[in-house]
Design a protein around this ligand. Structure first.
Ligand code: FES
Length: 86
C-alpha cells in the first residue's frame, strides 16, 4: 500500500493493493470525476507530486513528465507517498 496526501484538505489516505486511488478516495467521500475507470478517457487526470507508475493509455510523455499529470483510476505510486496539490 501507499499513502496519498491531499495538500488542500491536509488528509492522508492509504491506498491498498486491491483498490485504485479513485476507489480509496471515494470511500472517504472525495470524488474525482471519472468515466472509463480504465486509463483510456483521461477524465480523471489530475496533478500529482511524487514517483508515479503510470498505467494509462491516454497521457502524453509531456503531460506525465513535465506537466505532472496522472490518471488515478489506474495509475499508482511507484513506491512512496504521493501528493495531490488540488
Ligand atoms: Fe478514464 Fe481515468 S476515468 S482515464
Amino acid at each position: 500500500s501507499f499513502t496519498v496526501k491531499l495538500l488542500k484538505s491536509k488528509q492522508e489516505i492509504e491506498v491498498h493493493a486491491d483498490k485504485s486511488i479513485v476507489q480509496a478516495l471515494t470511500e472517504k467521500n472525495i470524488f474525482i470525476p471519472i468515466s472509463c475507470e480504465n486509463g483510456v478517457c483521461g477524465t480523471c487526470r489530475c496533478k500529482v507530486n511524487g514517483e508515479i507508475e503510470h498505467r494509462d493509455m491516454v497521457l502524453s510523455d509531456d503531460e506525465k513528465n513535465r506537466v505532472k499529470l496522472f490518471t488515478p483510476c489506474v495509475s499508482r505510486s511507484a513506491g512512496g507517498m504521493i501528493e495531490l496539490p488540488d
